[in-house]
Design a binder for this molecule. Structure first.
Ligand SMILES: Nc1ncnc2c1ncn2[C@@H]1O[C@H](COP(=O)(O)OP(=O)(O)OP(=O)(O)O)[C@@H](O)[C@H]1O
Ligand SMILES: [Mg+2]
Length: 413
């Protein structure tokens, strides 16, 4: 089958040599019963490749199932794959067929195969070598005819050297390796993919499709895309819905690229590095915090000295704000009595609110970075009415980091 017609049929976008080669190998191997191992980073399209191989094989009318080995608890994976006999373990109230039994004649895609427990690996090796398996708790050997496609985003060979993956299974699985390239390895495909996704989303959301200016396109291509096509697709969706202007500039695009600090708000622009996105985003949030604090402390100092020089200012301000604003009153009163004391406290609230000031907030100075960060997150969530995507965008961190922080700080909905 022509590579181009495979692309059309399965909606595969891209024309880089590495992608074309991977597709060509997939097409050639599809109609054999060989075991295939698909290697590639997260979100490159490993699962798409497995479905292509199945659909182009003689097994296409038989079942296909994708099993994420990393998502099934260790205690149940044997039973999921190979079935079990009633009473073989607590909770085994019935006989149960496993996938190797139900998918007989078809294809099983074993995603994140590097996460498979050693015991399960032994069973898998047996079924690959002899077509035989035994249900958990049974002694009856059964036969099956299943084609296995494995996938991993880790370096399985190193995993083998560390004793986490059977070497014999590694070589048995690796009969035909297919390497799906990352977006960094096929940068020429990035604008093609982005355009396709934007057109799709503009149709779905019935909005005009967005366009990138030259600088934005360069930024799009040079961004490292740790989450590959999946990340690019999500970003295209966000920007299609949220972009202010249909012609997107690099400045605007930056708002949608996680972990690249917002140039306008941060003292420093750090290019994100591969594999360090979490670290980068954590650093970013701290920079932002410090930068905002510094700005506010400077403003406060100025205010404080103004008041020292002209105490009537404090009266005027306090009086003006009295009914509405407990917090500012508090700050000025301190200044008036000549004790700077809690002068750091008010700006904490000012930073967090930008323009609005929370009237009922008790102001206690806290210098804990964790507390500040937590507050910042809570305020951002409030501001965006609980929409985590928007809050994360505003905070300049990825949604994933925000989720982690919500858990860490025990912030509920
Ligand atoms: N070349 C491509 N053209 C168009 N869409 C693609 C392409 N490659 C992948 N996609 C899309 O990207 C998304 C991610 O693909 P897929 O789930 O196959 O990745 P994966 O490698 O299995 O990811 P993970 O490692 O996270 O499991 C899917 O929505 C898929 O349709
Ligand atoms: Mg996958």
């Amino acid at each position: 089958m022509e590579i181009q017609s495979i692309k059309n049929r399965f909606g595969i976008i891209g024309n880089s040599p590495a992608l074309n080669y991977a597709l060509q190998v997939a097409a050639q191997v599809a109609n054999t019963d060989l075991t295939v191992m698909i290697f590639g980073e997260s979100g490159v399209g490993k699962e798409v490749f497995s479905t292509i191989i199945h659909a182009l094989s003689a097994r296409k009318h038989n079942p296909f199932i994708a099993v994420n080995c990393g998502a099934i608890p260790e205690g149940t994976i044997d039973s999921e794959l190979f079935g079990h006999e009633k009473g073989s373990f607590t909770g085994a109230v019935d006989n149960r067929k496993g996938y190797f039994e139900t998918v007989n004649g078809g294809t099983i895609f074993l995603d994140e195969i590097g996460e498979m427990p050693m015991g399960t690996q032994a069973r898998l090796l047996r079924v690959l070598e002899t077509g035989e398996f035994i249900r958990v708790g049974s002694s009856k050997v059964q036969k099956t005819d299943v084609r296995v496609i494995g996938a991993t985003n880790r370096d399985l060979l190193t995993h083998t050297q560390h004793g986490k993956f059977r070497e014999d299974l590694y070589y048995r699985l690796n009969t035909v390796p297919i390497r799906v390239p990352s977006l960094r390895d096929r940068q020429e495909d990035i604008p093609l993919l982005f355009r396709k996704f934007c057109v799709d989303f503009s149709e779905r959301y019935k909005t005009p499709s967005i366009q990138l200016d030259d600088e934005a396109r360069n930024l799009l291509v040079s961004y490292p895309w740790p989450g590959n096509v999946r990340e690019l697709k999500n970003m295209a969706e966000q920007i299609s819905v949220l972009a202010q202007d249909k012609l997107v500039t690099a400045q605007e695009l930056k708002r949608f690229l996680p972990d690249i600090p917002h140039a306008s708000r941060l003292p420093m622009l750090a290019a994100p590095q591969q594999g360090s996105s979490d670290f980068a985003s954590e650093r970013d949030i701290l920079y932002k915090l410090f930068f905002d604090m510094k700005k506010d402390v400077t403003e406060l100092k100025k205010m404080f000295f103004d008041i020292l020089q002209n105490p009537s200012l404090a009266h005027a301000a306090a009086y003006q704000e009295e009914d509405q604003d407990h917090m500012l009153h508090h700050g000025y009163a301190q200044a008036e009595s000549g004790k700077p004391g809690n002068m750091l406290a008010p700006p904490q609230a000012i930073i967090l609110h930008d323009h609005k000031i929370d009237h009922h907030e008790e102001v206690e100075e806290t210098l804990s970075i964790a507390d500040k960060e937590k507050e910042l997150i809570v305020k951002a969530l409030k501001k965006h009415k609980g929409k985590r995507k928007d809050a994360a965008l505003d905070l300049g961190i990825s949604e994933r980091t925000l989720y982690r922080k919500l858990k860490e700080y025990n912030i509920g909905d």
